[in-house]
Write a protein that binds this ligand. Sequence first.
Ligand code: SF4
Length: 378
Amino acid sequence: MFGMEPPVITRRRTRAVDVGGVVIGGDAPVRIQSMTNTLTRDTDATLTQVRALVVAGAELVRVAVPTKADTKALTEIVAASPVPIIADVHFHFARALEAITAGVAKIRLNPGNISDRDQVRRVIDAAGAAGVAIRVGVNEGSVVQRHTGPQRQADLARPLHELMADKLAEYLEVFTEAGFDSLILSAKSHDAVTTVAANRLLAGRWDWPLHLGVTHAGTAQTGAIRSAAALGALLCEGIGQTIRISYTGDPVAEVLAARELLASLRLRVRKGIDLVACPTCGRLEMDLAPIVERVRVALADVSESITVAIMGCVVNGPGEAESADVAICAGRDKAVLYRRGQKVRTVPAGRIVEAVVAEVKKLADKEPGRQSDQAQVN
Ligand code: SF4
């Protein structure tokens, strides 16, 4: 095993905001959040998904509340949820008031579609009285004046990231006038570079915590990579106190991707298997990809932090085996099984998955709750 790398990320300090007992900013680690895609008024389906997201690693869950029936369901959802619930409000300020009454921990408001200052002020007063935090989030789709005219022309002539930060500044005036402090800010674009540029501006201007995300990122393939590119760049600069990775599909996968991103940057402790695998090349003599996938699925419920390497030949195999807790170095019709760099035995090709899983489970039983020592949380 090699020595420990020095911490490479210095996190930018922000104010701490309490969201239903989960602190965002201050000394807290980068928080993982996600959003349900059920109809919120379907209480059972929503709670089932909230629980699944929490099992995957979400510490806060946001739900959409487009109708009164959705805010009505919130009372039961908030009471039964294991984590704080955030209401996602667009267009109707009344939904925000109803959500606050229902007991949510945070409201997400989009300045682009609730611009009436009196309405926003009523939400601020209600949130302040109830101890509810508010995320003010600008999206690229709602910062440009929609009606044709000089304002639209002026908006379109500006760099998008600057426009987003300036629109946010305008919107924040009503919050600062009201002395409302429990704020989290965000600026999202579908474009990774714009997201990075906008959040750099936000981080330079304000010391409220930032929620990072790439909006409308696309499918799992493009969305995960686009999110990792933007969020990874910002997190490496110490920017970002909470993240949501979002793409079309199952939100549980988004949470797993967020966990992987934070663990890869050593911003959160890795929970579960760290799977190192041969990328395959012309030296490979065995069909390794299905073996890697079967090992991944078989070990998905292991919560101990254990590094498993599935390697395809003797070029890199023994080296990776030395750094891994459990490793396989495959040959033509058999493989060598290693435990912490020590050769355990030779395994026939058909028994590789079984052998790796048994070795990992043995280690997990021996060291229950084992955590990686590589997290750099501040
Ligand atoms: S481990 Fe061996 S087979 Fe796999 S990519 Fe590396 S050199 Fe190729």
